[in-house]
Design a protein around this ligand. Structure first.
Ligand code: CUA
Length: 313
């Protein structure tokens, strides 16, 4: 249903979660507009009606007016209670996930979103979902406070280290929508973007099948997939460009000056330490901002990543 102020909102692509938010938004904006017009007219009218007409024109002493005072207390109270009730029921709806919801896990970390599916499929900054089915995204943070926001679905929730939070939605049509991080989380906060890709249900099943079952290939190939899935390129370039972290180009065997003035040669142990405990040795000229991977990658995975890094020349 079209309402007066819908033009101020992004497309509504998940009516089950967005309708109550949009309805309330329209209600508040419409009431505000009516108030603005009414108050402006009254002000102009009174300014004209009660303007000073002669030298001895004096305002009478008015102490109070019961009718007026009750009116301007009760009417706003009713409006505020409507807004509260509407907002509360909308919030309850956003918290009550339908029983048949399809569950996907999301991990936020500086500065990427990683998504995990039931069969082991993983994606970076792309959330694949089937259309016409409620989706529950269970979220966690690996480092600091982030916030998961899909404007088209009107869902937003903080992603907090050390606990799980969730959102749910149901995209009715295939297509794409943008995902924002809406909690300031450091240097690349504004680049912490992802998208939802909505598939036809059978197309989604195919996609899932194709991407499930874990990583395949030689250590170098697995290392390359891991570097992509973990979003390392958000901060480390492949072509020598200086980004938030040192470039991977020619990293193997490179001599690097540390922030304490010492010099190291990049070898297996240095890379391993830099992945697990990045704050231990920071290359001079860079900030200590990387999220530690301690407990997140297995020894085999780290070995694969090292083998891959050796090949980037
Ligand atoms: Cu993550 Cu802002």
């Amino acid at each position: 249903m079209g309402r007066l102020f819908d033009f101020m909102l992004p497309d509504n692509k998940s009516p089950l979660t967005a309708d109550s938010t949009d309805g309330l938004f329209n209600f508040i904006t419409e009431v505000s507009l009516i108030m603005l017009i009414g108050i402006t007219i009254a002000m102009i009218y009174f300014a004209y009606k009660y303007k000073r007409k002669s030298e001895d024109d004096k305002t009478p002493v008015i102490t109070h007016n019961n009718t007026l005072e009750i009116t301007w207390s009760v009417v706003p109270l009713i409006l505020v209670m409507i807004v509260f009730g509407w907002g509360y029921s909308g919030w309850l709806n956003l918290r009550a996930v339908p029983n048949d919801a399809y569950e996907i896990h999301a991990t936020g970390y500086k500065w990427n979103w990683n998504f995990n599916y039931e069969n082991g499929a993983q994606t970076l900054n792309e959330l694949h979902v089937p259309a016409g089915r409620p989706i529950k995204v269970v979220m966690q943070s690996r480092d600091v406070l982030h916030s998961f926001f899909i404007p088209d679905y009107r869902v937003k929730h903080d992603v907090v280290p050390g606990r799980y939070t969730y959102v749910w939605f149901q995209a009715e049509e295939t297509g794409e929508s943008i995902i924002f991080c809406t909690e300031y989380c450091g240097t690349s906060h504004s680049d912490m973007l992802a998208k939802v890709i909505v598939h036809e249900p059978d197309e989604f099943e195919e996609w899932l099948e194709l991407n499930g079952g874990g990583l395949q290939g030689s250590p170098v190939e697995i290392g390359e997939q891991l570097v992509q899935l973990q979003g390392c390129q958000t901060c480390h370039s492949m072509d020598g460009t200086q980004m938030i972290g040192p470039s991977f180009k020619g990293i193997w065997g490179r001599e690097a000056v540390m922030s304490d003035g010492s010099t190291i040669v990049v070898d297996e142990n240095y890379i391993r330490e830099s992945i697990l405990y990045p704050g231990e040795k920071v290359v001079d000229g860079y900030d200590n901002v990387m999220t530690p991977y301690e407990g997140r990658l297995s020894d085999d995975e780290i070995t694969s990543i090292i083998e891959y890094l050796k090949t980037i020349e």
